[in-house]
Ligand binder design. Structure first.
Ligand code: SAM
Ligand code: SF4
Length: 318
């Protein structure tokens, strides 16, 4: 079992398989300049898998593949299959913008994937274009449909932004309720790479939903950062509320970047690399580094101090 320096059980590994992206979402990435990690610095699937196996053996039970846009990494389904074949009971999912899903949904399903978290911020073509800085909505909706068709379970993530997509909160909720997808609204987290400045907080999101629906707060599920709410008809939606002070108390996650940095917290600059250890196939050393990073995982993020972060979400995987 993996325990951090503050006695929290860590069982959730988020792997950013690439920091590159085909979108430029205003809350996540600047349009330029970029200094992408050179391809030769990326850990291969084989290298990543060595670490994944060791982490599963140490107690990781939940893995997310994210990015950047994870589907930009060639043959992601082969990595999914490696993980699934090694530990079929692992809770494995991908977080994606869905643009490339029409091409890959079937391969991912065949590789053993059962579910996806998909970012969908607007159902209006112009607004989706404005947020992603690219005309994306048709492909995103086709991607969601393709995933649904092959039987992948879908959760939708949406970041409500002031005067951008906040008028669509109810439309997005109803779209997801009709399709039987859970939707989670994520409070915009300030960071120095974002080109928008203002998101809606949980209270503002709730106030908008309350204009049309009655809902109640329900029990939080496990260590999920998402607070669940239920409409009167039983449909459940979530709000991820990082601006609330209790976000860190039961944090169970550790993040690995495509280059091999282990990051203990989104809003904390320290990180250690497992790249050399993994390339030498020194698994014991990689596990020691993991335990070291966990020992130094901060009790609380450092966000409160400056209310922003220089660490990019597209690098850490959000
Ligand atoms: N490209 C994929 C996607 O968009 O789903 C995966 C990577 S993205 C960095 C992972 C998640 O982080 C997405 O749900 C996105 O909405 C969220 N995210 C990115 N920047 C954010 C910010 N500043 N505040 C809150 N959520 C953010
Ligand atoms: Fe790309 Fe996802 Fe960031 Fe949007 S949120 S720019 S899709 S990594």
């Amino acid at each position: 079992m993996l325990i951090d320096g503050h006695n929290r059980k860590v069982n959730y590994l988020r792997i950013s398989v690439t920091e590159r992206c085909n979108f430029r979402c205003q809350y996540c990435m600047p349009e330029k300049p970029f200094s992408w990690v050179p391809h030769e610095n990326l850990l291969s699937y084989e290298d990543l898998f060595l670490f994944v196996k060791a982490s599963i053996d140490e107690g990781i039970t939940k893995i997310r593949l994210t990015g950047g846009e994870p589907l930009l990494r060639k043959n992601l389904h082969t990595f999914v299959k490696m993980i699934h074949d090694y530990a079929p009971s692992i809770d494995l999912a991908i977080t994606t913008n869905a643009f490339l899903l029409p091409h890959y949904a079937q391969d991912l399903k065949d590789a053993g994937l059962t579910r996806l978290n998909i970012s969908l911020d607007s159902l209006k073509k112009e607004t989706a274009h404005y947020i992603a800085k690219k005309d994306v909505l048709d492909e995103v909706l086709a991607g969601i449909e393709a995933a649904d068709k092959v039987g992948l379970k879908i959760k939708i993530n949406c970041v409500p932004l002031k005067d951008v997509n906040d008028s669509e909160i109810i439309d997005l909720l109803e779209f997801c309720r009709d399709k039987n997808y859970e939707i989670r609204f994520i409070e915009f987290m300030e960071n120095s790479h974002a080109t928008v400045k203002q998101g809606l907080d949980s209270k503002e999101i709730q106030a908008i939903i309350a204009q049309k629906y009655k809902f109640t707060k329900t029990q939080k599920e496990g260590n999920s950062p998402s607070q669940s709410y239920m409409l009167e008809d039983g449909y459940k939606f979530g709000i991820i509320e990082p601006h609330l002070d209790d976000f860190c108390s039961d944090c169970n996650r550790i993040r690995l970047t495509a280059e091999g940095y282990l990051i203990p917290c989104l809003y904390f600059e320290d990180a250690l690399s497992i790249a050399d250890a993994i390339k030498k196939k020194d698994i014991n050393e990689a596990v020691n580094i993991l335990k070291n990073v966990l020992k130094n995982k901060p009790e609380k993020n450092k966000w409160g101090e400056e209310n922003t972060s220089t660490r990019a979400f597209y690098e850490t995987g959000g």
